[in-house]
Design a protein around this ligand. Sequence first.
Ligand code: GRF
Length: 211
Amino acid sequence: MPKLRLAALISGTGRTLLNFHKLIGTKQLSAQIIKVICNNTNSIGSKKAIDMRLPIQYVTLKQCNNSSIEQSSKIFAICKENNIDLICMAGWNNILTIPEEFYNKVMNIHPSLLPSFGGKGMFGINVHKAVLEKGCKISGCTVHFADNDYDSGPIIAQSAVEVYDTDTPEDLAARVFVAEKSLYPKVINAYAQGRISVNNRKVTIKNEFSI
Ligand code: GRF
């Protein structure tokens, strides 16, 4: 399988990054993490990236005059310089402005079954609280191509989990994260094999994997 040159965008605890790193180590993820781009110099994720000896570069909003447009152009310039094949948001919390040449080359994972429970403010535990408040019987995660809005790009794949009556938001978050750890790498591998195509927002995966 061809190895993708990956950039991972992180803001938080870096669990997704750690999962990628482990799976690359066991050859279950066909990628090489060329750059970790982080918008939070105090994040646990950045410490993990350093521990994993991954090349990290900080692009904070503060460095960019609080302009997400400026921040995006810095990020995509780094990706271009480094011949990045795929940018994976891995717990990234800033909006991006994606240049045309990177359309369908930026992925995100969201901890709900989009288009439900996505959008501004729907991150972290808020998502799972909202799912439980609505009395949903299933939840899950969604991998999608990113566009210039929150959680709104073409959906690539989803994985569902059951919601139990006794669930706390933390219980549900943990169950969804187990599904995330399996789904995201599978999608990245499918991308590496050139099996993912997009037509008018509709994504097709050739020889769809089992989840
Ligand atoms: C997960 O909930 C994921 O769906 C969202 O960020 C969280 C993971 O963040 N995109 P991290 O990898 O623990 O920083």
